[in-house]
Design a protein around this ligand. Structure first.
Ligand code: GUN
Length: 303
């Protein structure tokens, strides 16, 4: 008896629903935090230039921040902004007690070094977790602020696997934004971790050994069905807008979804997988930053 292909497909991991539940919980936690006499958590988002995708992302961040009952501060700077001008703004945001989290949207124009900029954000306001203090804390297994996208990926993985101990996790892509912190997080969960990148020989062979496969390369459709170990859990971080035959556009991931879903045990769709989790985790990190600041103030440790 033949089986219909859709019956063989891996189960979808519904990032949209998981993010919605997390955002609702954060909204309740924010309300309780304010009820206890604390200030509204405030998130400042800085966008330099007019990259259309980044504009959509930062607007969504502002909308979700309001929805969760927090205060949003938006700073839209022209493409010609110098690094010093941006550093001046960051210094002001660092000093503003109404702001608990600061995020500078990446990528930045070429005259600005993203590493210098992310390191200028006060570590307790670095809600992206990309600065050297939080990145170092993650590498050392210490408490700190964890980058939003890998944190969201981990939450999605944990919606499938209660315990990740001993699993072979393959991360494809070694960026500071996703791949490197993802690898650190998976190590912290007792996985055996391999990181593949542009220079890896036989990347397909490596990918096929992963019980867990996290793909963050920005190359849409890179990972084909035969790159996936049967039954693996696949997390697709990629998000690229491509034209359709009908003259419109649609979002696609780094994984060739229609092939991969028949091999994977569980898989995230694009859109509706990792994307919604990133913003939910940003709200989570902002509330966490506000909590830490208030605790320090109560102990007389913060100015
Ligand atoms: N651009 C794409 N993703 C991100 C992110 O998570 N943080 C920042 N700051 N910029 C991004």
């Amino acid at each position: 008896m033949s089986t219909h292909p859709s019956e063989q497909a891996g189960q979808l991991i519904d990032g949209k629903a998981i993010a919605r539940a997390l955002t609702e919980k954060i909204g309740q936690d924010v309300a309780a935090f304010i009820e206890q006499g604390n200030p509204l958590p405030g998130l400042a988002v800085v966008l330099v230039g007019n990259d259309p995708a980044s504009e959509v992302y930062v607007k969504n961040k502002a909308i979700q921040t309001h929805r969760a009952g927090m205060r949003s501060f938006m700073h839209m700077l022209p493409e010609s902004t110098s690094q010093d001008e941006l550093l001046d703004l960051i210094a002001q945001l660092n000093a503003n007690p109404r702001i608990h989290g600061v995020l500078v949207q990446l990528p930045l124009p070429k005259q600005i070094d993203p590493v210098v900029v992310t390191n200028a954000i006060a570590p307790h306001k670095d809600v992206d977790g990309l600065g050297e203090v939080n990145a170092g804390r993650l590498a050392l297994g210490m408490d700190g602020i964890v980058p939003c996208t890998p944190l969201g990926c981990l939450m999605l993985l944990k919606s499938v696997h209660k315990d990740l101990t001993g699993k072979h996790a393959v991360v494809i892509g070694a960026s500071n934004l996703v791949g490197k912190p993802m690898a650190q997080l998976l190590l912290r969960e007792n996985c055996t971790v391999s990181v593949g990148h542009i220079h890896t020989q036989d990347i397909r062979g490596l990918a096929r050994t992963g019980d867990i496969l996290v793909v963050a390369t920005g190359k849409h459709g890179l990972v084909r069905g035969d790159w996936i170990k049967p039954g693996a859990t696949v997390i697709d971080v990629g998000i690229t807008r491509v034209p359709t035959h009908e003259g419109r556009t649609r979002l696609v991931g780094d994984v060739a979804f229609d092939e991969a879903r028949h091999v994977a045990g569980h898989i995230t769709p694009v859109p509706g997988g990792v994307g919604p989790m990133t913003i939910a985790c940003l709200l989570h990190n902002t509330l966490q930053a506000a909590r830490v600041t208030q605790a320090l103030l109560k102990n007389g440790d913060a100015s």
